[in-house]
Design a protein around this ligand. Sequence first.
Ligand SMILES: NC(=O)c1ccc[n+]([C@@H]2O[C@H](COP(=O)([O-])OP(=O)(O)OC[C@H]3O[C@@H](n4cnc5c(N)ncnc54)[C@H](OP(=O)(O)O)[C@@H]3O)[C@@H](O)[C@H]2O)c1
Length: 221
Amino acid sequence: MSLTRIHNLSISLDGFATGEPQSREAPFGHAGERLHEWMFATRFWAGAGGAVGADHAFAARHEAGIGAEIMGANKFGPPGWQDDPDWKGWWGPNPPFHTPTFVLTHRPRPPLEMAGGTTFHFLDAAPAEALQAARKAADGLDVRIGGGATVVREFIAAGLVDHIHLVQVPIVLGRGVRVWDGLEALERDYAIEAVSTPSGVTHLTFMRKGDGAAEDRQAGE
Ligand SMILES: NC(=O)c1ccc[n+]([C@@H]2O[C@H](COP(=O)([O-])OP(=O)(O)OC[C@H]3O[C@@H](n4cnc5c(N)ncnc54)[C@H](OP(=O)(O)O)[C@@H]3O)[C@@H](O)[C@H]2O)c1
């Protein structure tokens, strides 16, 4: 059964997954790198010299069993990237996805094949339709919803997400793009666990109650 998963989505205490304004020089706006400092110390991020404690164990779950990613236009590039025909994402010639990766945008362009197995596909589609395309490409593996906040919120609101891993970072951003706006009572649908680690962050894991992948249940399978 192919699941839809979110991993390592780092949010401030007030629920923002990015600051503002987003730009080429400051992709996370006034948040800078503060939302991800917990991750930089881990082996998952830093490689051999990185720490292998609890933060690493959570972070590394990002990879296993994923066959495709879906991300939003604002994760793929800074405002206005659609006007730059040479923009290929932030990540250089060998992006860290290594799977088909679907970029939701109202201004799609032809697919972009990168080194290392990542092909960006640009889609103007409703969440359920995008998930269908990603699932097909994932060939039986799981689909990761890679962010940012807007896309995460859309997929959760549509009832399409089976597993959510959020990392609550003890900072208050005050402004930016918030994950929770318009969502209500997720605790009814998900079993939730919280684990705080010595770095000071809290890992929140939401596991959908009941059997079956979210999309299958929606389709009445
Ligand atoms: N905290 C974290 O862990 C984390 C993780 C990932 C990303 N981020 C950060 O989050 C920020 C991006 O988040 P965001 O909330 O601003 O934006 P986002 O979720 O990345 O993208 C939203 C945009 O995607 C397009 N889009 C969304 N749904 C669509 C649909 N169904 N059909 C067609 N297009 C659709 C629209 O762009 P257009 O109308 O322009 O096409 C929309 O404005 C960046 O700063 C990124 O670095 C943070």
